[in-house]
Design a protein around this ligand. Structure first.
Ligand SMILES: [Zn+2]
Length: 469
């Protein structure tokens, strides 16, 4: 017995040595035949090409029409090269808003589809950039460009995952569908919202991977933390229109702007007590596992406006309009309020309180955005969340994985409202101090992380779609 035990132990030891030496000798070939170095380089090259396609989307800003057709052609060519038949869905009223789908078939034994969705449009690149925003230049290990993190980098990781599943002939238990959408940066009405409304039969997903959460260095603790977006706040944009007396500026009257000013004061004074909604409670529970992160978040609640925005119905005054001339009083004045409601706040009830707070019939309130349903938070004990945790434990051991609620909106709500769990997860890391670059100047990504992200995403998608034997 003893002898055979020892020989088994020896064989085991020899096979471990063989495995470790194989890994050291062929670091690029840990997964079957995939050459990860080559595929990583390919991803970086493709991302550069993608970044050079200007898809700026902000109607009113010159050149920022949000036309994604060149990006659609780019992906069509790549999907065809990889043997997939791309499908274009053109918005009936606006051909610049086109969705592209690419489907890899599975046998259905695991159920419905896994969607890999990203948006092709970007916010305009205003301000002074150190490196040209559509130049995709690499400096000191960083690739610079509008859309590197939001959201073109993710699009390339999705494309690479689907390509490698096919090349590696991974047997799939469900379809995996690549989805590239337009229009996200202005609300997605002619993008993901239209797609879900008009072509649900083509999607019919069980699971969705999207944007909304990414990695952060030094934000929650000294190490790395990856956010996984499981919920988001509701957009509730309002316009206040106040009417008063007009006249020459030399004789003060109760003019429209003055009426508006009083109304805004009352709105800003409206009590909006902090509230712990379930997805935020889940974030704090995850943070509580790390004493340093728990300490930091306590400070952040007191000092950081982005942390406080997770705990309240936020209300931001963003626009005011009165007279065009300094010496004439406006009869009518307008203000814009960017309100983001917690997912469990009832918009009608909130609006009722707001009207009561204003208490002035001279002020009309108009909703600027269709009332948004956000659906239930995506579960943190389901297969997607667990697969993300497992993939990150392999590739970023020790990193905190945090379920989060975004204060901004993403396309995921279109799935959650239809009862489909959607997860915002980008395995790229925002370096410490880089947070504001995403919709600002000098957006960038570390080249090495794009390369590593190819592996992470392949593992994640494989775990969710590979047929069980
Ligand atoms: Zn985005």
């Amino acid at each position: 017995m003893n002898g055979s035990f020892e020989s088994r132990a020896l064989i085991l030891q020899v096979s471990w040595i063989a495995l470790v030496s194989t890994c050291l000798l062929f670091p690029g070939r840990l997964h079957g035949e995939v050459n990860w170095d080559e595929e990583g380089d390919r991803a970086v090259g493709l991302l550069q090409t993608y970044l050079r396609i200007d898809t700026s989307n902000a109607p009113g800003v010159p050149g920022a029409t949000g036309d994604v057709r060149a990006a659609v052609e780019f992906f069509e060519r790549l999907l065809r090269e990889d043997g997939l038949e791309p499908r274009r869905l053109v918005h009936p009223e606006d051909p610049t808003r086109t969705v592209l789908l690419g489907r890899l078939k599975g046998d259905g034994s695991l159920g419905k589809t896994l969607l890999l969705e990203h948006h092709m449009d970007v916010v305009p690149a205003e301000g002074q950039w150190t490196h040209p925003p559509f130049g995709a230049e690499i400096h000191d290990g960083f690739l610079y460009g509008r859309g590197t993190m939001d959201d073109k980098g993710l699009g390339i990781l999705h494309l690479q995952a689907i390509r490698l599943l096919r090349r590696e002939k991974v047997p799939l238990g469900r379809d995996v569908v690549f989805v590239a959408t337009p229009d996200e940066e202005i609300g997605g009405e002619k993008g993901a919202a239209w797609l879900a409304r008009s072509h649900w039969d083509l999607l019919d997903p069980a699971l969705v991977l999207e944007e909304g959460g990414m990695g952060y260095a030094g934000k929650y603790n000294r190490g790395l933390a990856f956010e996984v977006q499981v919920q988001q706040k509701r957009v509730f944009w309002l316009e206040l229109e106040a009417r008063g007396e007009g006249g020459h500026g030399s004789v003060p009257r109760e003019n429209g702007l003055l009426v508006l000013h009083q109304a805004i004061e009352r709105v800003l004074d409206m009590p909006r007590p902090p509230r712990l909604s379930p997805p935020v409670a889940a974030t704090y529970q995850a943070l509580a596992r790390d004493p340093e992160a728990a300490r930091r978040v306590m400070t952040a609640i007191a000092t950081d406006p982005s942390e406080r925005a997770r705990l309240t119905d936020s209300l931001t005054l963003t626009q005011m309009e009165g007279s065009k001339k300094v010496n004439s009083q406006p009869r009518v004045a307008k203000a814009g309020l960017d309100i983001r409601l917690l997912p469990d706040t009832d918009p009608a009830e909130f609006l009722g309180r707001l009207k009561k707070a204003i208490g002035d019939e001279r002020v009309a309130i108009r909703e600027l955005h269709p009332r948004e349903e956000v659906g239930p938070a995506s579960p943190t004990d389901g297969p997607v969340y667990r697969a993300i945790e497992a993939a990150m434990a392999v590739h970023y051991p020790g990193a905190l994985i945090l379920p989060t609620m975004s204060t901004g909106g993403t396309d995921s709500r279109n799935y959650r409202v239809r009862g489909v769990p959607a997860y915002g997860f980008i395995p790229l890391i925002v370096p410490e101090g880089d947070n504001s670059r995403i919709h600002d100047v000098d957006e960038r990504v570390r080249v090495e992380e794009v390369k590593k992200g190819v592996k992470v995403f392949f593992d994640l998608v494989k775990a969710l779609a590979e047929k069980r034997s």
